[in-house]
Design a protein around this ligand. Sequence first.
Ligand code: EPZ
Length: 417
Amino acid sequence: MQKLLIRGPARLSGTLVAGGAKNAALPILAAALLADEEVELSNLPQVQDIRTMLKLLAHLGVESERRGDAVILRPTGKANPDVAPYELVKTMRASVLVLGPLLARRGHARVSLPGGCAIGVRPIDLHLAGLEALGAEVEIEHGYVETRARQLTGARFHFAKPTVGGTENLLMAACLARGTTVLSGCAREPEIVDLARFLQALGAEIDGAGEDTITIEGRDRLGGARHRVISDRIQDGTYLIGAALTRGDVTVEGSRPADLAPLLEKLDEIGAEVETSQQRIRVRHRGPLKPRGVVTEPFPGFPTDLQAQYMTLMTQAEGSSIVSETVFENRFQHVPELLRMGADISIDGTYARIHGPSALSGTSVMATDLRASACLVLAGLVADGETVVHRIYHLDRGYERMESKLQKLGARVERID
Ligand code: EPZ
């Protein structure tokens, strides 16, 4: 099994070009199930989860081929199953995003229930309640959710809590429902706005994506479109945290400062130098890092997907800080591994108190999920000696060629079998 070997300490310095956002590309690919005609997508990240989604789409009757930097998707028109099987869903929870478009387009969808994952139970009750509000019959049996609706009908639905996947599934389903749908209590992440832009390019009528309330006028059919996926604020944020952490100087070209505002504000507060322009972010170390706590929240709050990486940064701050995780109930799996490297962190429920600065030392550590693995790679960059990160298949799910990007910034990182 592959691992990453990191020789620390390192100082990250240089320029990277931002890659496409996994969490925008996944719902956009699922939305291709709604299209009657060819779709051309560019800036898709070359990561495992995208390959899994393309495999699932092929299984469901949407074939894909690469054309230069773009991927072309087109419906095969053959009678394909409306089933997302356990074998595919178990490798990627985001497979549940085919539920809404499949049901809306074909009147039936059977999707394996995504089990829990390392960071939490992660139910989909709000997805299902929303589809029922649009008139779907929903049944759960034998580990699958079975949904049927001859024709979905527009309705009002309020999300009891903001859910990214729930908002995306309902948004897609409502595009082919009869009449008007008003969704309130929606998640407002930039990836949802990018999905809405793609759906509008297909011919959908949507108002309010990125806000609390979204209104959708249903259509009888959607056509084809070309779309460029937005840059990945979480990948970009990971490298920018690496700049402050390693006393370095990193610029990301093609990034979107507004999408990363909560992180950039925090980096400024702790004493890093932050420079932005329209599509460019530069972070430079300026002096000793100040301890500043964060509370993770739905957008525009501090993203939970940068919590672990930020915690590594706080192990090098001069004093104590508190990280509070409010989105997922079990997202401190990286802490025991950081402790093994010499960090000083105590956990109390959904709060972690970090005391710094700690002299980290390299050792073998185990990745437990995608963002925890990024956090351990960052820790290896400031640790003394060699760090070996195991189970990097987690990392490959959402980071495009991380070791070569870090090498480009001057780090000694290599992938070993
Ligand atoms: C998306 O997951 C992202 N994944 C996650 O990124 C991200 O952490 C999360 O949003 C929050 O920002 C993708 O976009 C593919 P949610 P999602 O529904 O949609 C609860 C990464 O590292 N909830 O907004 O699954 C849920 O349990 C991944 O790239 C319900 O209770 O997240 C959680 O506590 C990890 N019932 C909270 O809401 C529901 O029906 C937010 O979950 C749905 C969600």
